[in-house]
Write a protein that binds this ligand. Structure first.
Ligand SMILES: *[C@@H]1O[C@H](CO)[C@@H](O)[C@H](O)[C@H]1NC(C)=O
Ligand SMILES: *[C@@H]1O[C@H](CO)[C@@H](O)[C@H](O)[C@H]1NC(C)=O
Ligand SMILES: *[C@@H]1O[C@H](CO)[C@@H](O)[C@H](O)[C@H]1NC(C)=O
Length: 324
């Protein structure tokens, strides 16, 4: 098993070396007349790692990385094995393997479009960065997937009343357990692979850096997982919320410039993919269903609230520094 994983990584690194910096070459080397802008590649000791929650503005973050001349892998900045939430897109690599990849292909910004799994927390290699989107808004943005697969939305409508009332996120009455499990298995069939894990407290799961938590049963995340997630987020070098970027664009621009990112090229998230700039559309679930979805993700709402508060605070700190 391990041999297979290493072989896959080695093969990718070899292929990647020839092709993966096309954007960088086009946007940066060319405009700088063949000179790599000093700005980006040698500025930091560590590689930036964008924890990319699907439909949470991770692609927008990757886009900004490109126009700021970061050296990135592929279209979504993910290395092979780090993209998507489907199990067959996942290759777990420990810090030694990741160090090797970095040494070989020298990125400056990478994406992890899934949870951090056991053994993959590597703060010696990476400066972790993240944009957190209000969780209900992110779920509704995934209607792009639901829209092409109405079974998902129908199953969700059936599921939500079972997991209420507010305050009992994830828990169902003993009599409803069978029904819940049958809905979940329908959802599992309808969404590609294990995307059901996206439904309840995905941020908390993704930040635990513990495969058991990430893959835990529906409703299984608890407040101690949230404590772990928040403690980890505290150590991230850059944390902001999509709402902050959308609602305080001028402040966000300064924050991106004067943070570990040091980026001077900036654009509002509204221009980018996956409806990142949209407010949550409220037309696809009723108010009561939306409240249940929020309740189901109450741990993630705490993760988002932390990110939003931190963005506001650090935005003000930057402003105070510049005005001194
Ligand atoms: C680009 O570099 C070449 C060679 O160093 C130089 O001759 C040329 O003038 C440069 N072009 C611009 C637009 O700076
Ligand atoms: C950065 O922004 C400037 C000014 O808008 C633009 O001319 C330049 O092309 C941008 N750089 C990249 C790499 O997109
Ligand atoms: C991972 O999570 C499981 C389930 O919550 C827990 O029993 C285990 O102790 C955790 N592992 C670590 C290393 O924290």
């Amino acid at each position: 098993m391990r041999v297979v994983v290493l072989a896959a990584v080695a093969a990718t690194a070899a292929v990647g070396l020839r092709t993966q910096y096309a954007d960088y070459d086009k946007l940066c080397k060319a405009t700088a007349n063949g000179t790599v802008p000093e700005a980006q590649t040698h500025r930091r000791k560590k590689v930036l790692l964008n924890l990319h929650f699907q439909h949470g503005a991770g692609t927008y973050f990757c886009h900004l990385a490109k126009v700021n001349c970061e050296r990135v892998w592929g279209s979504a900045c993910n290395h092979y094995g780090d993209g998507g939430t489907s199990p067959h897109h996942i290759i777990v690599r420990d810090c030694a393997e990741r160090r090797h990849e970095i040494t070989v292909s020298k990125p400056s910004f990478v994406g992890l479009e899934r949870g951090i799994l056991s053994g993959e927390w590597c703060p010696d290699l990476y400066d972790y960065v993240v944009i957190v989107r209000e969780p209900v808004s992110r779920h509704l943005s995934r209607r792009v997937i639901w829209g092409t697969n109405k079974k998902i939305l129908d199953a969700l409508r059936e599921l939500l009343p079972l997991v209420g009332p507010p305050g009992a996120a994830g828990a169902v009455a003993p009599a409803d357990v069978g029904r819940r499990d049958s809905i979940l298995s329908r959802l599992r069939d309808a969404e590609e692979a294990a995307q059901v894990a996206q439904l309840d407290n995905f941020y908390t799961r993704a930040l635990a850096a513990n495969t058991s938590v990430y893959e835990g049963a529906f409703g299984a995340t608890c407040t101690s997982d949230l404590d772990t997630a928040l403690a980890r987020l505290e150590t991230f070098k850059f944390v902001t919320s999509l709402d902050y970027i959308n609602d305080h664009t001028a402040d966000a621009r300064r924050l991106f410039r004067h943070s570990v990112l040091g980026w001077t090229n900036f654009s509002n998230a509204a221009i980018n993919e996956h409806h990142a700039g949209e407010k949550a559309p409220t037309d696809i679930l009723s108010t009561a269903e939306l409240a249940l979805l929020a309740d189901l993700n109450e741990l993630d709402r705490a993760v988002w609230a932390y990110a939003d508060r931190r963005a506001l605070r650090e935005g003000l700190e930057v402003l105070a520094l510049l005005n001194r």
